[in-house]
Design a protein. Structure first.
Lengths: 295, 288
């Protein structure tokens, strides 16, 4: 049972891939909640949407590969450009002129590229535990597993489960390990069960395609830094200090290079928005209130 | 004989059921004391009402199944959302727009759900020993749901009595067991006797219907919707709901936490003076 049902929902046909979206509430400001699919979908924002929709119009969607959206298995269907085009399609379908982008983890890479390409459609960016290239540092386990991703490993365990063959053949093993590792806080059973269940609505084949697709045609470091520095919008970065997916230095640097505000939530891991929803919600609300007053 | 009689008794009809409410005192801000698990009724606030009513309008109401409300065995009447809807109906009937919402144990869920659904009507939120799943339940209690509808063992002990058939056959014995778990402190005979007496005003069939109520709204979504200043109160020796639940709830809501050292599941009954002073102080701050 959900705390709030959407006021409107629909499906867009994006060149043969269904994209499911929802609209909650109304108001002068629209927020677009971008989920880091396909490891999750729009329900990752379940603790934010009912709260934010009290005062604002909130649009969300299931990213390609999970939820009620399509399940393309080609990596060419999971490029950043395709995900950015999904954002455009959702805004057009909901007759939304411009938005405050809210993104978690790697959805921030799409958000930044969208903001760069469509500056007139972006009012602000709220980046939660952001996963963007080059900034700060990468967690060592990502660096290590990138080397063995394609190998067939004997009896892989721990971070070695981030492996093409494991994910395709034993999707649940990777998903369970990943969210178990991310929820560093005590008493996270509910968040763990939610996150694993949402992830398992997709498949390992889709997840591998998406992991590869997002990395296709990457900008170089200078080009990406330049995009961030030229974002002429208010930015708020929220990061859990104990995040083991995206190192906290990444959020700090994103805030620094975008001249943004920065909130670090002490002791929180990667699922900050599910573990500390009240703090995250209040920070978003106050940021938008300040932004509206400054107009 | 009560220390203070109600200034007004009334009732509201919601979904074809009539619910009794009481109003004590007449000054803003209003304090709404929510019902809790149907095993007791609104008299469980008896140490708070006369004190708070000196300076505030205090409203209590009886949920379905006990006190001045009907003994329905329709499980849907016991949904958390239904308790919130009735609270709104009571506030409307009294002509009160906003209130400090206070909920205890099961009522902690109801109070949180009220605050999340009606932020503009919530001046402040006080939650006592709430049955919210933000930390693991105590191990003995974690298993009861699995055996609730099974036949009970011969000579059941402890939480084995938390069982639909046992409630049907030995309801009063269950009440004695349950309230002995609530009042873990010494010198609690009177409090236990009160509670057992309130429990005997309802019956096992009603409590079984309540156990079959629709699933609670997602506790995380509810907590995420809290905007009001929050005070959480919990006894450190609570055998029913671990103290950790309140520690975590206060952390999540940036709320205040009042830890009652050595107290069990009912700090408002066992330590009423200290409890009332803390509540009073909170009401003065959020109500001004």
């Amino acid at each position: 049972m959900r705390a709030r049902d959407p006021d409107r929902a629909g499906v867009i046909d994006r060149d043969g891939v269904d994209i499911y979206y929802e609209v909650h509430g109304d108001g002068d400001t629209t927020l677009l909640m971008i989920p880091p699919s396909p490891i999750t979908h729009s329900r990752i924002y379940k603790a934010q949407i009912p709260f934010l929709a009290r005062n604002h119009r909130v649009v969300t969607f299931d990213g390609r590969g999970n939820g009620r959206s399509g399940r393309p298995t080609e990596k060419a269907s999971h490029t950043r450009a395709e995900n950015v085009a999904d954002i455009v399609a959702v805004l057009d379908a909901t007759a939304t002129k411009s938005v405050v982008l809210v993104a978690h983890c790697h959805a921030n890479w799409w958000a930044v590229e969208f903001a760069d390409r469509y500056p007139e459609r972006v009012d602000a960016l709220i980046a939660i535990d952001p996963g963007v290239p080059y900034l700060g540092r990468s967690q060592q386990h990502w660096v290590d597993t990138a080397k063995t991703f394609d190998e067939v490993l004997d009896d892989p365990t721990g971070w070695e489960l981030f492996n093409r063959h494991v994910i395709v053949n034993e999707h649940h093993r990777w998903v369970e390990f990943f969210f178990g590792a991310q929820l560093v806080e005590r008493h996270s059973t509910k968040q763990y069960e939610d996150a694993v269940a949402w992830a398992l609505e997709s498949s390992g084949e889709v997840l591998v395609a998406a992991e590869e697709g997002i990395e296709l045609h990457p900008p170089d470091r200078e080009a990406f830094l330049s995009i961030c520095q030229n974002l002429d919008i208010p930015v708020l970065v929220i990061h859990g200090s104990e995040d083991v997916c995206q190192a906290v230095e990444r959020g700090r640097e994103l805030a620094a290079v975008t001249n943004g505000e920065y909130l670090e939530i002490e002791g929180a891991g990667h699922l900050t928005l599910a573990r500390e929803p009240v703090k995250v919600n209040r920070a978003i609300k106050e940021f938008i209130d300040r932004m509206v007053r400054a107009r | 004989m009560r220390a203070r009689e109600a200034d007004a008794l009334g009732s509201v009809v919601v979904d074809d059921l009539e619910f009794g409410f009481e109003v004590h005192g007449d000054r803003d801000p209003t304090i709404l004391l929510m019902p809790t698990w149907t095993i007791i009724h609104s008299r469980f606030w008896k140490f708070q009402i006369p004190y708070l009513a000196r300076r505030n309008r205090v409203i209590t109401y009886d949920g379905p199944g006990n006190g001045r409300s009907p003994r329905t065995t329709d499980p849907t009447a016991y949904a958390v959302e239904a308790f919130v809807d009735r609270a709104v109906a009571v506030l409307d009937a009294v002509g009160t727009h906003e209130a400090v919402i206070v909920g205890y144990s099961d009522g902690g869920k109801m109070a949180a759900a009220f605050a999340a659904a009606h932020p503009a009507r919530t001046l402040g939120l006080v939650i006592i020993a709430p049955a919210l799943r933000v930390a693991p339940p105590s191990p003995e209690r974690a298993v009861i749901a699995e055996t609730f509808h099974e036949p009970y063992p011969p000579n059941p002990i402890g939480w084995e009595k938390y069982n639909a058939a046992y409630w049907r056959d030995h309801y009063e014995d269950f009440l004695h067991f349950f309230f002995s778990e609530i009042f873990t402190e010494t010198y609690t005979t009177k409090a236990e006797d009160d509670c057992v007496g309130w429990g005997l005003e309802t019956n096992g069939a009603v409590l079984t219907a309540e156990a079959l109520r629709p699933p609670d709204p997602d506790h995380l979504e509810v907590i995420a919707g809290i905007e009001a200043p929050t005070l959480v109160i919990h006894g450190t020796e609570d055998h029913l709901v671990p103290f950790e639940v309140s520690r975590r709830l206060a952390e999540m809501t940036d709320g205040e936490l009042a830890a009652f050292q050595g107290t069990g599941h009912a700090p408002h009954i066992k330590e009423p003076v200290r409890f009332n002073l803390i509540l009073r102080d909170f009401i003065e701050r959020v109500g001004s």
